[in-house]
Design a protein around this ligand. Structure first.
Ligand code: DSN
Length: 420
């Protein structure tokens, strides 16, 4: 069954390069047979996969539609123009750049468009959920910029907007960034805009995690408030791996120049076409229902994990992910991640706010529902998944993990993906 999913080209690949063909096949089976709860992953459509495997991959197209540095760009120009128009329509944005290869690339372009090395930027602290490119000391952002971090309050685990305002007034940042990898609540963009206006800072929203929920009209959009919104296209949004930037018209030239030639050369045109396809999919009523279901499922999963004696950080979730404090189980995040993996449940260990454990160990796990919701799972399955997670975490017995894995297989085979 799996072999036929890839189509006739897979037979060619199998003959030419059996080693890599085997990897493609076993990764397909891994995605089909395990529970995929990584909050930043999803199952993209076959139409998007078709674009990624197309001859658009062969084309160099440095520049922008109508202003390229290479000949023969008339067809890829159409794909990029369609992607730009769809992004502007879907998000009500004044400008869209669809070329960044990834979220990190998009963020390099944002820094470049609005700041110079050494400038002060206010961003969410990594241990409280910020992204790597929001000032990690081992990332370009932490090395080249003066990053001042804000976090969440210890009592309610929500962003402390008072602290954010005080830090903004004290440090006069060039840019204030909102967005996170492990923040289950909504961000108050109106409040952040007011703080940016008060101190004259650029408002940058890194919407990588939640932009798909915005696309599906399931949560409020940052686009009307922010100067610039960067994001990845492969999370809830369910497109190909890649990045994108939306901005106000006044910043269009700075963004485009920062992406090319500032940050990268030729765009990956097969991915640009895939982004266009995903954006059209996001504009459908079916996707809007999906986005709402993702949140309903995340809330059900968080509640069921609480029912198993664990604690949902900030009391639950308003998005696609939940951050779970698992200290009550006596097991740390690293061990929980390994035990769940042995049971066919793919999730990640994650620091919780004010975590006493090191980032390599952690006291928490992060669970997300974009992929299982794409499979068609609902609230009942979330309850089952919570129970499977709890059982997997609480035992170190290999036979017990094997038994849970069989139950995982039974569940995932009721919600098949990527069939021939
Ligand atoms: N690495 C990504 C995540 O999993 O959250 C950040 O975009």
């Amino acid at each position: 069954m799996s072999e036929t999913f890839y189509g006739p080209d897979f037979n060619l690949l199998s003959k030419q390069d059996p080693e890599i063909a085997a990897v493609l096949l076993s990764e397909l089976k891994r995605q089909q047979n395990n529970l995929q709860l990584i909050a930043s992953e999803n199952f993209t459509s076959r139409a998007v996969l078709a674009a990624l495997g197309s001859t658009l991959s062969n084309k160099y197209a440095e520049g922008y539609p109508g202003k390229r540095y290479y000949g023969g760009c008339e067809e890829v120009d159409k794909a990029e123009t369609i992607a730009i128009d769809r992004a502007k329509d879907l998000f009500g944005a004044e400008h869209a750049n669809v070329q960044p290869h990834s979220g990190a690339s998009a963020n390099i372009a944002v820094y470049q468009a609005f700041t110079k090395p050494g400038d002060t930027v206010l961003a969410m602290s990594l241990p409280h959920g910020g992204h790597l490119t929001h000032g990690s000391k081992v990332n370009f952002s932490g090395k080249w910029f003066n990053i001042v971090s804000y976090g969440v309050r210890q009592d309610n685990e929500l962003i402390d907007y008072d602290e954010l305002r005080e830090l903004a007034i004290a440090n006069k940042p060039k840019m204030i960034c909102s967005g996170a990898t492990a923040y289950p609540s909504l961000i108050d963009f109106e409040k952040v805009r007011a703080i940016c206006d008060e101190v004259g800072a650029i408002m940058w929203v890194d919407a990588a995690h939640f932009i798909g929920l915005v696309a599906g009209k399931a949560i409020p959009s940052p686009v009307p408030y922010a100067d610039v919104v960067s994001f990845t296209t492969h999370k809830v949004l369910r497109g190909p791996r890649g990045g994108m930037i939306l901005s106000k018209a006044e910043h269009a030239a700075a963004i485009d120049k920062a992406v090319f030639p500032g940050m990268q050369g030729g765009p990956i045109m097969s991915a640009v076409a895939g982004k266009a396809i995903a954006l059209a999919e996001c504009a459908t009523p079916a996707y809007q229902k999906y986005a709402k279901d993702v949140i309903i499922n995340a809330q059900a999963l968080a509640a069921a994990l609480e029912g198993e004696g664990m604690r949902a950080v900030s009391g639950g979730t308003q998005t696609h992910l939940a951050l779970i404090d698992i200290r009550s189980t006596g097991v740390n995040g690293k061990v929980a991640d390994e035990r769940c993996g042995a049971a066919g449940i793919v999730l990640n260990k994650n620091s919780i706010p004010y975590d006493p454990e090191a980032p390599s160990v952690t006291s928490g796990i992060r669970v997300g529902t974009p992929a299982t919701t794409t499979q068609g799972m609902g609230v009942e399955e979330m309850k089952t998944i919570a129970s499977l997670i709890a059982r997997a975490i609480k035992t170190d017995d290999a036979a017990a993990h094997a038994a849970i894995k069989s139950e995982v297989h039974a569940l995932t085979s009721r919600f098949p993906i990527y069939q021939a």
